[in-house]
Design a binder for this molecule. Sequence first.
Ligand code: URA
Length: 416
Amino acid sequence: MDDVSMRRAIERKRDGEALEPSVWDDVIAAYCSGDVDDAQMAALAMACVWRGLEPAESVALTRAMVASGATLRYPEGMFVVDKHSSGGVSDIVSLVAVPLVAACGVRVAKLSGRALGHTGGTIDKLEAIEGFNATLPMDVFVHQVERVGCAIAAQSDAFVPADKRLYHLRDRTATVPSIGLIAASIVSKKIAGGANAFVFDVKCGSAAFMRDVRQAEALARMLVDISEQFGRKAHAIVSDMNEPLGRCIGTGIEVTEAREMLRGDAGDERARSGCVQIAAAMLELGGVGDARARAMRALEDGSAYTKFVEMVEAQGGSREALEALAPDERVTKLRASTEGVVVAIDAVRLGHVARELSAHNRRAGIRLGARIGDRIARGDVLADIYGAGADPGSIAAAFTIGAVSPAARPLVYATI
Ligand code: URA
């Protein structure tokens, strides 16, 4: 695509027209080859943010981006499910749901990212287990999914290089918030990952990309629709992210929370419910009946934990290393200076602090002593802060204590 054709595509999108699939193919190919530069691509991205994309355009963009790189293939007849979260704080769902679903007989191939902004990354968390290797060559990854039933590895740079470049540009040019662009970016990476079915966990709330339930639902619907256009089965769940999902925020300490849940510890009710809900959706896609009850059984009978240990061992870690993982011994108790009800928790602030804390110490982080809606007395523990270097005042500022209980918030706003 030459300069003039790209300029014409930008003008047409600026004026609200839908671009044909062949134009999207040309745009992405030219951007990858360097024939189209960042200036023109940023202008097109901004036009997309303002004018939106027709569903057919998102599908075309997804297809063009998948074609920019490698695609993973599983052996004929092997059914594999994958999940994706749009990013949250204390989001331990992948750590729990992946081995849990595999323990129930459905293979899971999870390609994950690293921490971004205030949100944690599953890969960084797993690397807190001594010896754990998350950068698997793709043939080793496929073999492990076949043999063990699950694997979690870092997304290879060979997949969807167009998205890597475009996402970076969108981040720099304030053009991330377009449902059509986000959906194409997410689904292209899932398609390249080769699974047959996907569950999308679209987070919604003050600590999520999507603040508004209607927008989150629109994204969820588009993720499912695009996936189906590629012949994949898909479910999406719009879930709350107005406070951390679990109690622990950090890298290693989130692994300890997931580990205890997998061992059958009831743990935090909201976190457990979130993990089981996603696992059940994955199991349904894999044809397992009575999925929720089946998932609960696997948590209670130890089979989910056994599968987690098997996965950790297959990826270079050991049961001993997993079980030795514990929060840093240095703990500061953050206590409430007043009585009342917790009406809000600033998960973005906590996510940033925990990310900084655990950047050089995988056993550091924050454990919540109270959640939104909890009634507290003066002196009650709001949070345990593990490791050294955090400013307790900055963590205290994340808690808003009031006199009146806030309205109850559901964990799940919609399922698609
Ligand atoms: N996550 C992605 O992978 N892509 C986006 O565009 C936004 C969030």
